[in-house]
Design a protein around this ligand. Structure first.
Ligand SMILES: Cc1ncc(COP(=O)(O)O)c(C=O)c1O
Length: 395
């Protein structure tokens, strides 16, 4: 067996980007690809955005990191901005989405246990993706993520996604919380119904348990509102956010109401890097751009344009595509068969980057500031790709 310098856990492809320009990535061999994957919903301002780049450069020259043992004017300032623009009263900063979900799980358990209750169980939903730590793989029913890592952490119950009756039936004396992605990302860009999200909120209120949202993928303007929960007319008790939050800088956050965070007192949680000045500068720069009505309105309008174009296009290929779903610029195209080979074909032969997902769906996750010209190039590449695609025999 030969080992590689990078632990070989990813099925890496031959495209090896070394530079980015807006919605384009340039490979080490000089080839250019249109990036409608955006680092899997991360680079929401594209590559090399001047405001984000300058904020990171300036902060690097000022102060990159200090310990969380010291006061954090930078962390307080950005946490206040999150509090001002969301449901939350308080924030814990992390370095990734999985850590934000971990913090959300701990916050929910601590809420109950700090009051002497032994509720600890979290009800989650099938085909969810919450990350790759032990708690977050345990929170998903996907066996492919469990294999080789048993035993799982106890205390998770899986119910069908968008099945309110199932969620109700799963409630018990030990239930501490529901944990749900309002729009399943990896599971196939599946938006929950209004009735489901509103029903979970009502059940959580009725039973005194927490509603935790995982908006790691669908949050930060991606769905057309700052957070997707706004479109359901509800607010969570606790929410995990990451990916777009730093526009490419690795940062996440767990947001909570004052009530939900009552167990998260001194000494209960921590992170060496979480919320350091470098990360906060990136977040502030992203928020400067995205947290306003004009930007969000434009995401919705651009999302509608891309969706309409996709819906017209798939009608020409009924043997390949069955529909389009999603919200804002988090769109999924459903295929008649597994999507990995088609995504690879578009990448290798047409210079178009997309992301495969579950449920025979591929994800369209462009930067949120794409232009009409880029949408047109995207549709041209997609059309050329569909016209030249041979469905693999086994698919
Ligand atoms: C909904 C959701 N939750 C959590 C995560 C985990 O985030 P990270 O990879 O930053 O740990 C992801 C990553 O794809 C995600 O899509």
């Amino acid at each position: 067996m030969s080992i590689t310098p990078l632990m070989p856990v990813y099925p890496r492809c031959g495209f090896r980007p070394v530079r980015g320009e807006g919605a384009w990535l340039i490979s080490e061999d000089g080839s250019r690809a249109l990036d409608f994957a955006a680092g899997i919903a991360v680079n929401l301002l594209g590559h090399g955005h001047p405001h984000l780049t300058k904020a990171i450069q300036d902060q690097a020259a000022t102060l990159i990191h200090v310990s969380n043992l010291y006061g954090s004017p930078q962390g307080e300032a950005f946490a206040q901005r999150l509090v001002d623009t969301t449901f939350a009263d308080t924030v814990f900063f992390t370095n990734s989405g999985a850590e934000a979900v971990e913090c959300a799980i701990k916050t929910a358990r601590a809420y109950h246990q700090s009051q002497g209750s032994d509720r600890f169980e979290i009800i989650t939903f099938k085909n969810a993706f919450h990350g790759r730590t032990m708690a977050t793989i345990s929170a998903s029913n996907q066996e492919k993520m469990h294999k080789g890592f048993m035993p799982l952490l106890e205390g998770f119950k899986y119910v069908d996604f968008d099945d309110l009756e199932g969620a109700k039936a799963a409630l018990g004396p030990k239930t501490a919380a529901f944990l749900v992605e309002p729009i399943q990302g990896e599971g196939g860009v599946r938006p929950a119904s209004d009735a489901f999200m509103q029903g979970l909120r009502a059940l959580a209120d009725e039973h005194g348990i927490m509603l935790i949202l995982d908006e790691v993928q669908c949050g930060v303007a991606r769905s057309g509102t700052l957070y997707a929960y706004e479109q359901y007319g509800i607010t969570p008790d606790i929410m995990a956010t990451a990916k777009g939050l730093g526009g490419g800088f690795p940062v996440g956050a767990c947001l909570a109401t004052e009530e939900a965070a009552r167990g998260m007192v001194v000494g209960t949680h921590g992170s060496t890097y979480g919320g350091n000045p470098f990360a906060m500068a990136a977040c502030q720069a992203v928020w400067d751009v995205v947290a306003n009505d004009e930007f969000l309105e434009n995401v919705r309008a651009t999302g509608d344009k891309v969706r309409t174009s996709l819906e017209q296009f798939i009608g020409n290929y009924p043997d390949l595509f069955t529909g389009v779903r999603g919200k804002g610029l988090m769109l999924g195209v459903m295929m008649t068969h597994e999507t990995r080979a088609f995504v690879a074909h578009l990448r290798d032969n047409h210079g178009l980057l997309l992301v495969a997902a579950g449920d025979n769906t591929f994800r369209v996750l462009p930067p949120l500031n794409i232009t009409d010209t880029e949408i047109q190039i995207f549709m041209e590449k997609l059309s050329a790709g569909a016209a030249s695609y041979q469905v693999p025999q086994a698919a």
